[in-house]
Design a protein around this ligand. Sequence first.
Ligand code: GDP
Length: 433
Amino acid sequence: IPVVALVGRPNVGKSALFNRLIGDDTAIVSEEAGTTRDRHFARCEWQGRAFWLVDTGGLVEDSDLPMDVAIKRQVQQAIAEADLMLLTLDAKAGLHPSDARIVDMLRNSRKPWLIVANKVDDPKSTDYFEFFNLGAGDVVPVSAANGKNSGDLLDQIIEKLPEHAEEPGPEVLRVAVIGRPNVGKSSFINRLLGEDRLVVSDVAGTTRDSIDTPFTYHQRPFIFVDTAGLRRQSKIDDGVEFYSSLRTRRAIERSDICILMIDAVEGLHNQDLKIATMAWDSGRGMIIVVNKWDLKEKDDKTAAKFEKECVEKAPYLKWVPFLFTSAITGQRVTKVLDLLLEVEAERNKRITTSEVNDALQELLARRQPPQAAGHEVKLNFATQVETAPPAIVVLGNHPALVQEHYIRYLHNGFRERWGFTGNPLRVLMRQKG
Ligand code: GDP
């Protein structure tokens, strides 16, 4: 979904406007864990279209850079990352010389943008008329303080948003490469795409200057999603990772399978785990690529030990395949492609109902669900109700009383039989009809 960034000088009210747009009942906003404090972006929906709204305020206000440099960087990054920019101006303070410079940058970006005049608390005020002199077309007057005109602004945003890019067919495997900065994502992708057994087709002329990289491998179409930032020769700014968590979230959302890259030398960080959990909980397939393996001092047990340490930190990683690579030497880089195909096959695997039931009966015979709240808990029947990602429903007389550890026992039992490697498996308890 598209990204809309609020840009402008400090104190024009970007954050207030951001909070107004996401805080009112006007736009439907989905709260996401961990983003309420220190939130820079939120998912909005208006007129049936969804977009990410980004408040770039913190980028300038928290920076040690001279103001003009900081603003320039803020706008440059927004241009690189966003699909629509909202230049926020202060109607009470009037035009400032740097506003005109921002307008020049936006004009040269060839991306859509619009001017928002904030602090127009009184609808009859004409303070903001001077902004028309910028020759940038319409100006939308709003008041972040009292919420006036928020709906009009949202209408304008929707109108200016680029049309949906055409989504490729279901036969395309959509892959996201995610991970902390500097683990080697760019090096890895560029190394992989440099292989001549891949046919990389750069689709020119798409509305969004191709943020994705399509290619084929064994006649199979793949897309690496959101690779624009990763394939760029010089990254805009490595220091400020303002957009990186938004980029990650968006890439996960657009993919079938995520390649989570971690640094072999640094091991699994908390931040890596957060990203992994985000991808896993959203139902995506996952492969863990441990990159910079060339820098690791190792013997024949190092890889197994590394994997074991990861599983100790997050038990579900037991079901995720690991690959140890070097984007620099190229070691095992192309192996990721076969692994992606395997994880995809596991993802789409369908187990027949009779097999699932046989498995359930065996597991029940080995261990019965414990009584709970004075009730005998009986499980009768199980079937796989979904693929990609897989889900198995178990029917019984008291689904709510089946204990967590028993569900885990069933989950592990199913896993041992069918793997579903690289994919989350949901095991759900339901009332027998
Ligand atoms: P990104 O931020 O995740 O895209 O990381 P980059 O691809 O920009 O890599 C960060 C740094 O790590 C660069 O200096 C790379 O040359 C280096 N690097 C990436 N992969 C490897 C690797 O496999 N081995 C070694 N030794 N260095 C690597």
